[in-house]
Design a protein around this ligand. Sequence first.
Ligand code: HEC
Length: 127
Amino acid sequence: MKTTWLLAALSLSVSAAAIAATDKEAQIVERIKPVGDVYLAGDEPVNTAPAGPRSGDQVYNAVCIACHSGAIPGAPVKGNADEWAPRLEKGLDALVSSAMNGLNAMPPQSAMASEEEIRAAIEFMSK
Ligand code: HEC
């Protein structure tokens, strides 16, 4: 009889501890959730999705500048007509395709910008 009570009391306290642990876990998850999710009551969440295709200027400055500013040997430098002339002879479509799919030391840019944005960036860079 004594043992039964003891067991019952034990299992009660164990399950209470389990509930407390889940509760604590929920509190921790709530505390460490990304700040971006939190906004004051009454405020609209900020929409950070881009409104439309980025301009050539924007894409160049966000992506292509890493190599096409003169930092990487072989990458035609923005605004350098001599370096761009032989490239432009291939035609804009061929250049867009090179940038989308990659060419030698240039990794494919298709994950960084849309085809339309890459086309605009090439037009911006090659002038
Ligand atoms: C990691 C460095 C790197 C980045 C980032 C990069 N490029 Fe390049 N790019 C190169 C290199 C190197 C070449 C020269 C490749 C060759 O001719 O061997 C090149 C060549 C090119 C060419 C000439 C292709 C041809 O067919 O002659 C175009 C157009 C071009 N890049 C566009 C872009 C655009 C647009 C972006 C940004 C969206 C970009 N690149 C980002 C390194 C880069």
